[in-house]
Structures are given as structure tokens and as C-alpha cells.
Design a protein around this ligand. Structure first.
Ligand code: ACK
Length: 415
């Protein structure tokens, strides 16, 4: 994957600018990708990546499994293509959960005895389109990262398949799908305030875990479509195709080509290619703003000043009086005013232009958990639209006569 790639189904754009060949800072501060300081799990990770990042023919499923098990004690299953075809009825349309720029995801069920040691359960099978946004390199990153990382807020990778030019990944099934689906799809039922908070806390814990590793892991593609939801709305991070080991020792950043999604990527990362854990914090701030406003990080169809969520929100978020104008109308006015105010302030801190002004993820978790104590569920009906907007429809919801309806809980999908 060298050139810029674009156009996943949700119209997000993957950036693909190569900065790794022209580091800007001095060598001792620059943890460029060629750095080889032997700290933490880096050497073994690097060895695996180097061993398998060559041509597709170097990919032997059995060898990867042996290497992973030897290096990390991984318990992944290496599936055969014929097995995955069997449980998905040859990747039939009726088993299709959805499609991203990386390929298709099918639901399947593994029965008792399918593989010794694998409990019967629903799974999601991701079939990577090797010509698409995610190729062999991204498949490999996912196997290596999710093969060794286990946490309640990371989606569990069960196994993989690597045959000829086929690349597949098998995950635990997440019954409520992606946060993107719940927040932005017209037909979905609005998420109540408490659920939004729960999701934000879960996703923050996932990121805090990654950043807290001996050598931090930078997720690099934090966005609503990569946050999957369990039946009780526990959030789990998925899709580690772009994840990267963070800087080692005294290095302040890694230098890499810019990959991610417009609207979520930190500005300094886009302009310099310098990647730090603070780049993830910026993306987290954008998702917090999406949860608060019900608007996407980038919406080209909006009037000019409202297209870029971060820029649109900034002047509103600093004043609790004005904040009500940007809160998602689909909340029906049912949210904690104190909680929303503090969440907005936290989000604005996360999207600070200077990475040093952004908080660390454990602090974000602590702050968000504190918001759960606020019980002031205000009914602030009929305050929309803000003075600058003439429309009486916001995100497809009519605001005429107020919008104080209780929000029912979304049903678990059946597909
Ligand atoms: O938003 P969704 O319903 O949730 O549609 C997308 C689609 O596949 C393409 O990414 C869904 N998806 C991805 N991974 C999983 C999983 N592990 N469990 C359930 N659904 C998944 C995602």
C-alpha cells in the first residue's frame, strides 16, 4: 500500500501521504520506523512484521501461528478457507453484516466440535479485499496486535485465514454493530445520554490500555465505525490494521506515512507525519463531539462554517449557555446539562491544536467516569435551531414543537 487510497462505503477518506523518508527533527528525537532500540515487545513485533511483510507468497498460515505462539503465547486459530466458506454458506448475501473499504463482513456460527478448544458461538468473518483499503500489511498488523492484546474493550480476534491471496479474520460477534450505525443511520433509534457516556468510557478505556503498554500502541484510526457494541452497549475497539508501535525510550514520536480518516486525524500528524499517542487523543475528542452533537466529523453537505465538526463546535463548547445549540436534537433534550458541559470541555481539550495541551487517556477515563454521577437530566425542549440556522429539521429530525420524547432502547439486530 503506497499510494493514497480513498472511498470506503461510509465516504470516509483514508489519507496516504508518505513522510517516512524525510524526517524533520533530529535523529535522537525522532523514533522513525527504522529505529531499532531493544525496549519492550518491539523487537519480536518487528521481527514478525519483517518476516511476513514481503510478497504474499511468504504467507504461510501455519508458520505465522507457530511464530505468534512462540513469541506472544497467542491462542489464535488458523482456519482454512473451506471451513470459513462452510460456516458462511460460501459468503452468502444473507449472512452479510456489512461492507467497508477493506472488504465484506459476514456473520457465522461455529458449532460444538468445529475446532477443539473453540466454544460454540456467533462470529464475524472479515474477508479482506486485498486490492482494497486494507491489504496484506493491514491484515498482518491486525493479527499481530489483536493476537497478543486482550482487554474487555478490544474486540476479540478468534483466528485468521491466510491462503494464496485470500486474507480473512474471525472475531467475536458484536450484536449491536458499530457506533457509527447507531449514531448516524437515519433508521436507528437514538442512543440515550447514559448509553453515550457508557460507550465513551468503554472506548476511552480501550485506548488507555493501548497507550499504557510497555511500548505504547498507537491505534491511528479511532472513529465511530471502528467502535463495536456488545449487547449491553459495551464498546470495543476493532480494526487494528493501521495500529503502530509508539516511540521508544526518549523518542517523542514515530515518523510514518499519514494514514487515517479525514475529520479524525490530528492536524500535526497530517502535516508532519509525526505520530504520538496524542494523535489518538485528538481522534477521541472528535468522537466525543460526535456523541454530543449527533453530527459526523466532516459533513460536506452542510453550510460552509458547519462542515468541519471541530471548527463548528469550538465557539459553542466554551459557554454552557450556548452549548444547548449544538447538543444532538435526537437526545430529545434528555441529558445532564452539567455532564454535557464537562464532556464538551473535555472534548475541546482533546482536540487542542497543541498536542501537549491534550490530556492523557487515563485522565480522560477518570473525567468521563465522574460524569456518570450527575443526575440532572434536564428537559431542555424547543431550543433548536440555533440563531444561525434557519432550518426546522436537524439531522432529519423535525424540531417543530420541541422534541422531548423519551428515547427507547435500540433492538438488537437479528441478521
Ligand atoms: O455498523 P455495522 O452493523 O457493524 O456494519 C459494519 C460491517 O460489519 C462492516 O464493517 C459490522 N461488523 C464488523 N465487525 C463486526 C463484529 N465483530 N461483530 C458484528 N458486526 C461486525 C459493522
Amino acid at each position: 500500500m503506497t499510494a493514497a487510497k480513498c472511498c470506503s462505503v461510509e465516504d470516509s477518506i483514508i489519507l496516504g501521504i508518505n513522510f517516512s523518508h524525510k524526517p524533520k527533527s533530529k535523529a535522537h528525537h525522532n523514533g522513525s520506523e527504522s529505529s531499532s532500540r531493544p525496549i519492550g515487545p518491539m523487537p519480536s513485533f518487528r521481527r514478525l512484521q519483517v518476516a511476513y511483510s514481503g510478497s504474499l507468497s511468504t504467507c504461510s498460515s501455519q508458520r505465522i501461528n507457530e511464530d505468534l505462539a512462540q513469541t506472544f503465547g497467542s491462542d489464535l486459530f488458523d482456519f482454512q478457507l473451506v471451513e470459513l466458506k462452510g460456516i458462511t454458506q460460501n459468503f452468502s448475501r444473507s449472512y452479510l453484516l456489512g461492507e467497508g473499504g477493506f472488504g465484506k463482513v459476514h456473520k457465522a456460527y461455529v458449532d460444538e466440535g468445529f475446532r477443539p478448544g473453540l466454544k460454540p458461538q456467533a462470529v464475524a468473518v472479515k474477508h479482506l479485499d486485498i486490492e482494497g483499503l486494507q491489504g496484506h500489511r493491514e491484515w498482518l498488523a491486525e493479527v499481530i496486535f489483536l493476537g497478543q492484546l486482550r482487554h474487555p474493550h478490544l474486540v476479540k480476534l478468534i483466528g485468521y485465514c491466510c491462503e494464496e491471496d485470500e486474507r480473512l479474520l474471525v472475531y467475536e460477534f458484536m450484536p449491536r454493530g458499530s457506533l457509527e450505525n447507531h449514531l448516524f443511520k437515519r433508521l436507528s433509534i437514538s442512543l440515550p445520554w447514559g448509553t453515550r457516556l457508557k460507550i465513551a468510557i468503554g472506548a476511552a478505556k480501550g485506548l488507555a490500555f493501548l497507550h499504557g503498554a510497555e511500548t505504547p500502541v498507537i491505534y491511528r484510526d479511532f472513529k465511530t465505525s471502528n467502535i463495536l457494541l456488545d449487547s449491553d452497549f459495551t464498546a470495543k475497539l476493532s480494526d487494528f490494521g493501521l495500529a503502530k508501535m509508539g516511540p521508544e525510550g526518549s523518542n517523542t514520536h514515530v515518523t510514518t506515512r499519514v494514514m487515517g480518516t479525514y475529520g479524525y486525524a490530528a492536524p500535526e500528524y497530517v502535516s508532519t507525519g509525526h505520530l504520538t499517542t496524542k494523535s489518538d487523543v485528538y481522534s477521541f475528542g472528535v468522537v466525543l463531539l460526535e456523541l454530543l452533537t449527533g453530527r459526523r466529523s466532516m459533513e460536506k453537505s452542510r453550510p460552509k462554517g458547519e462542515q468541519h465538526l471541530v471548527d463548528w463546535v469550538r465557539p459553542y463548547a466554551s459557554s454552557s449557555r450556548r452549548l444547548r445549540y449544538i447538543i444532538d436534537p435526537r437526545l430529545g433534550g434528555q441529558y445532564s446539562v452539567k455532564g454535557a458541559k464537562e464532556m464538551a470541555q473535555l472534548a475541546i481539550q482533546c482536540v487542542s491544536l497543541n498536542p501537549k495541551d491534550r490530556p492523557k487517556m487515563p485522565m480522560v477515563v477518570e473525567k468521563l467516569e465522574g460524569l456518570q454521577n450527575y443526575k440532572d437530566m434536564a428537559i431542555t425542549c424547543g431550543l433548536w435551531p440555533p440563531p444561525t440556522t434557519k432550518s426546522s429539521r436537524v439531522n432529519g429530525v423535525s424540531t417543530k414543537g420541541g422534541y422531548c420524547k423519551p428515547s427507547p432502547v435500540a433492538p438488537i439486530r437479528k441478521s
